[in-house]
Design a protein around this ligand. Structure first.
Ligand code: SF4
Length: 336
């Protein structure tokens, strides 16, 4: 059976204008797969500029890879035509950071939810359409009578983001790309929305690619994690190992910068001190070279991925005593 989604050695390079010879590699040789019959939640984590949003845009078909391929159920997403293309558009949905962006202030919630139902001809009657809306709203923990008929300004940020999730759910998706879905929502509502995503995966069999800069939410929502830095995978594996025992200097830096509840430890007091960001191009070698306190001469050559344990790997010469693993085998590390 083909995979639900397959990233095969995907690279995306942006050139800086027609007359410029400079370019930026936003994503560098990234491979992973999601299985159709094992719905899971995978986090793609990194700071701004890590390539995580480029990865989301590529997956949704809004950008084309510079090299490599993205397959959905075995077919290149840029070759899909007719019914296959419609199925991809329906089955792969997205929820973005800004819960306000998709709302037209002049339309009610009913309109927002009925547009996808009409577009994909999912209901024959108004009553059927209404049932589908109510089902989706109930599934995300909203009471239909509280939100249907309302305008956006009458809803809270948390309600709007749940309605965005309901809007995706109404289409019965197989894959949801959730790009920073809680970063603009009040902290008190984040846990509820993340719980809704987990319910979607468990109750409706939806695989979720959860994209975030926030490792604490990643820890609570996902089973596995891919950590990106300047477009390359730095570390990947099961979320428990990577977050509790990070092995790549970059991941350790990210984890150490999370504020701890220990009052004797000051916020920002990190075990690893990163060097000042140096934007000189070291692209031939390790992407973290310019900031890494452990950088060595050999790091000027691209390190391979080393498999530290069955479900954890890091792209770093500090672990060269371990066996190498090809980037295409990354999925073997990601538990479902
Ligand atoms: Fe640091 Fe070298 Fe490891 Fe890169 S490969 S993270 S520069 S030690």
């Amino acid at each position: 059976m083909p995979h639900l989604l397959e990233f095969k050695n995907v690279t995306k390079v942006f050139s800086r204008g027609l007359l410029s010879r400079t370019s930026t590699t936003a994503l560098n040789n990234v491979s992973f797969t999601l299985n159709e019959n094992e719905p899971t939640i995978v986090t793609v984590a990194g700071e701004s500029g890590s390539g995580k949003t480029t990865l989301a845009m590529l997956l949704l078909g809004f950008l084309t890879p510079s090299s490599g391929r993205i397959l959905y159920q075995g077919q290149d997403i840029h070759q899909l035509r007719g019914d296959d293309r419609m199925a991809f558009r329906r089955e792969v949905q997205a929820v973005f950071q800004d819960p306000f962006a998709v709302f037209n202030p002049f339309y009610t919630v009913d309109h927002l939810l009925s547009v996808p139902i009409d577009r994909f001809k999912l209901a024959k009657t108004k009553a059927q359409a209404r049932n589908k809306m109510e089902e989706a709203l109930n599934a995300v923990g909203l009471r239909p009578e509280d939100v249907l008929g309302r305008f956006p300004h009458q809803l809270s940020g948390g309600q709007r983001q749940r309605i965005n999730v309901a809007r995706a759910l109404v289409l019965k998706p197989k894959l949801l790309v959730a790009d920073e879905p809680v970063s603009m929502v009040d902290a008190s509502l984040r846990a509820n929305i993340l719980e809704t995503l987990r319910d979607m995966q468990r109750d409706f069999g939806v695989s979720i690619l959860y994209i975030t800069h926030d490792l604490t939410t990643a820890y609570h929502v996902a089973k596995s994690i891919i950590v990106l830095y300047r477009g390359s995978v730095m570390e990947a594996g099961d979320v428990d190992s990577v977050i509790k025992r990070p092995q790549h200097p970059y991941t350790r830096l990210l984890i150490d910068s999370i504020p701890w509840p220990d009052i004797n430890r000051r916020w920002g007091e990190t075990e690893i001190k990163a060097k000042e960001m140096d934007l000189a191009d070291h692209s031939a070698g390790c992407r973290f070279y310019a900031r890494c306190p452990f950088a060595m001469e050999k790091c000027k050559i691209q390190p391979p991925l080393f498999r530290l344990q069955p479900t954890q790997a890091a792209l770093c010469y500090l672990h060269e005593q371990y066996p190498q693993i090809a980037p295409e085998k990354l999925t073997e590390l990601l538990p479902v």
